[in-house]
Design a protein around this ligand. Structure first.
Ligand code: NAG
Ligand code: NAG
Ligand code: NAG
Ligand code: NAG
Ligand code: NAG
Ligand code: NAG
Length: 739
């Protein structure tokens, strides 16, 4: 015993010296084709200067249906053939791993050092499941700590011993490699003979299936103190494994981890993998610029579709390289699409449109669009749904330049955690939140993220559509919506889906509460889509009101005062004004202009006008939100020290003046602390005359401008009258704030 022991020690120490030469370690893997996973494996290897020998590349896979069934014997056959001429090389090691779902996290010499510490001559990775034959469970030696069962996806050993393992028994291509190795391990005599051991505590090999909760991704300060580096820790075994394997369902865990390791992302350099394979479109000659099929999908009534289409047209990309495909299922949007195609279609190579009358279901249309892409010999397929606003005109270019098979721009509902990707999946393939989800959504971390689900906007490199069986890449699966079916199909094909937030690309619309029975439905979207509402309806110069350096139109107090303590600001867009008038005229129930007013609590109006109250058209909450958000800050600027948040206002209405109805209004005070008065249409174009006269100052504001707001005190000082409209119709929007 002691003699044998010292021989082993001697051999080990000689080998230890030899092992410094990593050329004495042969790294093998089996991969029949290029996949995203194989590229990732190779990238991780090259990070540590590991040069794997790839077996079976370009050959047809002969190992059976390994995803769902036992199989894989063919892998060991290939290895056996490769090792045959080397079988006598007693001081050489072989490290064998799977390829598509494995990454390296450390150097070869460290792997060898840890292997030699185990005293094994063959070391396999371990896992918590006894597979494929669970009845063998009791034959396994008990372990005090760590995982008990053999996994054949990763092992290392001395070549003569591995050779003994591979020649222990005959096996077929479709026999199960894991069962084959398990049987050898459970043969006690053989196990002792070749010192076959399992890496129970993940000193080297980490199989991820079933152990997700033991795996932590940690960052440490780099040695030079220049930022951080991420590494993987097994908190149960307190080890930092060097090769990890996303076996079975854990492939999504591996995808998640591989967003960070090995040194794929860090807080100083950011996304290191983003630079890999990058294309520079600027350097591509015009004739070689990728041909794009741009597919637009309107599958539900969606607010702000006009802007959505405008942004599509604003994309910085040669239109003579873009074919359009439009699927619109909604009658409400027919005019929007027609306006868009009438204006712009001629700029594109071709336009194919599927209209609501065609009654083509979404998944069929999406499948058709992929076929259409191939028919048009596209290089890139770009899908954009009506909720996906591409605000950054360089989006398409940037996504193409990223050169990934499938990549989506990160889009979120502004200020919300709602986005167009999922960070993780539940067991049944539904939404689950990853640890880094919020950091990505809020762009605390920027980069390129391998995720299990994307939607709303993405590009696909058409190589994928050509190289795989096209029918497998489709949007149709029982009981799944089109996006979920598509992503599930891509996951099954091991195609990686990336979401990029390297820059800001755009945002998502919330279509949930759009009521198309309203006149001007988007006017009601101030709560659901505040950013889009603001862009459409707030005056382009509104923010200039707060610019202290603004030179034009200023009195001494820095704000324009046409009359004493009457201030004047641009606030809403012409579009807002026209929409509000349209809402009023469509409703049509203007008041009688008499003192009797049933809409009021007392039923009596001392200074009646022809008007419609906002609550009559269901727009009062919206108007109050507008007051709070856009009027109050202006009030606080000009009447300093008065602070009332939110502003209260019971009387919010649009007034109509015209010569044949009510052309003017007698002098009066308002029951308000301050009053706002927005001109909704244009003097000398839509009407003549009109204006507001402040009697105490003998000062009138007549040259009102559409979308501009007058704000003045309501009582005591600002006794005022409405001047006579002599022709046309004048509309103003009034609020008595804080009565
Ligand atoms: C684009 O990606 C493919 C696949 O990863 C790669 O083969 C190719 O070299 C990349 N293109 C460039 C310009 O790097
Ligand atoms: C379509 O364009 C016409 C002319 O510019 C415009 O009047 C109409 O409002 C537009 N329709 C829609 C639904 O945008
Ligand atoms: C599409 O993918 C192929 C192979 O991965 C790559 O060579 C090519 O550059 C990609 N094309 C575009 C336009 O990204
Ligand atoms: C769609 O793809 C799935 C799997 O990718 C496949 O099982 C199914 O047959 C395909 N459906 C059609 C209609 O091609
Ligand atoms: C403010 O300046 C304008 C001219 O720029 C003038 O017409 C107006 O009377 C001034 N307002 C006050 C209150 O002085
Ligand atoms: C009021 O102003 C008008 C012109 O701006 C002037 O004609 C009139 O005399 C003024 N009235 C008084 C009482 O100052």
């Amino acid at each position: 015993m002691s003699f044998k022991y010292s021989v082993i020690v001697l051999v080990v120490s000689i080998l230890y010296v030899c092992s410094k030469e990593t050329s004495d370690v042969l790294v093998y893997t089996v991969a029949t084709e290029q996949t995203n996973g194989f590229d990732r494996y190779l990238d991780s290897a090259s990070e540590f200067n590991i040069q794997p020998k790839v077996l079976g590349y370009g050959l047809e896979w002969k190992g059976g249906q390994v995803k769902s069934h036992p199989g894989g014997g063919w892998k060991l056959k290939l290895l056996k053939k490769a090792l045959e001429p080397l079988a006598e090389e007693s001081n050489k090691l072989v490290l064998f791993t799977d390829a598509y779902d494995v990454i390296f996290l450390g150097k070869l010499d460290e792997i060898v050092r840890r292997f030699q510490k185990t005293g094994a001559r063959i070391l396999f990775g371990a896992e918590p499941y006894c597979w494929p034959d669970a009845t063998l469970e009791n034959k396994y030696p008990e372990v005090a700590e760590g995982k008990r069962f053999l996994n054949s996806g990763m092992f290392i050993g001395y070549i003569p011993d591995v050779w003994k393992l591979l020649t222990r028994k005959e096996f077929d291509d479709t026999d199960d490699d894991q069962l084959f190795c398990t049987e050898a391990y459970l043969d006690e005599k053989f196990r002792e003979e070749v010192q076959m051991k399992l890496d129970h505590k993940n000193e080297i090999f980490q199989n991820l299936n079933g152990v997700a909760t033991e795996i932590e991704i940690s960052s440490i300060e780099d040695k030079e103190g220049e930022g951080e580096r991420y590494f993987i820790k097994n908190i149960a075994s307190r080890t930092e494994p060097l090769v990890i394997h996303g076996n079975g369902a854990s492939k999504y865990t591996l995808n998640y981890l591989s967003n960070y390791v090995p040194n794929v992302w860090n807080s100083i350099e950011g996304c290191r993998q983003c630079k890999k394979g990058h294309i520079e479109l600027e350097t591509v000659p015009p004739k070689d610029v990728p041909v794009v099929l741009l597919s637009l999908f309107i599958e539900q009534n969606t607010p702000f579709v006009e802007e959505w289409l405008e942004k599509i047209h604003m994309l910085e990309y040669p239109k003579d390289k873009i074919h359009l495909f439009i699927h619109n299922t909604m009658k409400f949007h027919v005019d929007h699409v027609n306006n868009f195609t009438e204006k712009y279609a001629k700029n594109y190579v071709s336009v194919k449109e599927i209209v609501p009358e065609d009654a083509t279901p979404e998944w069929t249309a999406r499948d058709l669009s992929l076929d259409h892409c191939l028919a048009k010999k596209c290089d890139i397929y770009f899908a954009v749904d009506s909720v996906a606003h591409i605000d950054n005109p360089y989006t398409l270019k940037l996504l193409i330049e990223q050169n990934r098979t499938v990549v989506a721009p990160l889009l979120t509902r502004p200020g919300k955690a709602w986005s167009n990707f999922w960070g993780a999946l539940t067991k049944d393939g539904f939404y689950s939140r990853s640890n880094d989800y919020m950091d990505i959504v809020h762009s605390v971390k920027r980069g390129l993220w391998n995720v299990p689900f994307i939607a709303s906007a993405y590009i696909i490199n058409s190589t994928l559509l050509k190289s795989r069986d096209r029918t497998l890449i489709n949007f149709t699966r029982p009981r799944l919506d089109a996006d979920m079916a598509f992503c599930s199909n891509l996951r099954n094909l091991d195609v990686f889906m990336y979401v990029s937030n390297r820059v800001d690309f755009g945002h998502l619309i919330n279509p949930d509460n759009l009521d198309i029975t309203r006149t001007e439905p988007e006017m009601y979207q101030i709560f659901d889509n505040p950013q889009d509402w603001e862009e459409r309806y707030i005056h382009a110069e509104y923010t200039e009101n707060f610019n202290p350096d603004k030179k034009e139109l200023q009195n001494d107090s820095n704000f324009f005062q046409p009359c004493p303590d009457v201030y004047w600001f641009p606030i809403v867009s012409p579009r807002f004004c026209n929409s509000l008038i349209n809402m009023m005229e469509a409703f049509g129930q203007w008041s009688s202009g008499t003192n009797t007013d049933e809409r009021l609590a007392g039923g009596y109006e001392a200074v009646p006008t022809r008007d419609i109250h906002m609550n009559q058209v269901g727009w009062e909450p919206h108007w109050l939100e507008f007051l709070q958000k856009y009027v109050r800050p202006l009030q606080e600027k000009v009447f300093t020290g008065y602070y009332h948040d939110p502003p209260k206002s019971l009387m919010n209405f649009v007034v109509r003046y015209r010569p044949d109805e009510q052309p003017s209004l007698r002098p009066h005070h308002d029951s308000s602390t301050y009053t706002i008065n927005i001109a909704l249409n244009r003097r000398n174009i839509d009407y003549e005359g009109g204006g507001c006269r402040f009697i105490r100052y003998n000062c009138s504001v007549v040259d009102t401008k559409q979308g501009w707001l007058l704000i003045h005190p309501g009582r005591l000082t600002h006794f005022h009258e409405g001047l006579k409209v002599t022709s046309g119709t004048r509309y103003i929007m009034i609020s008595f704030v804080d009565p």
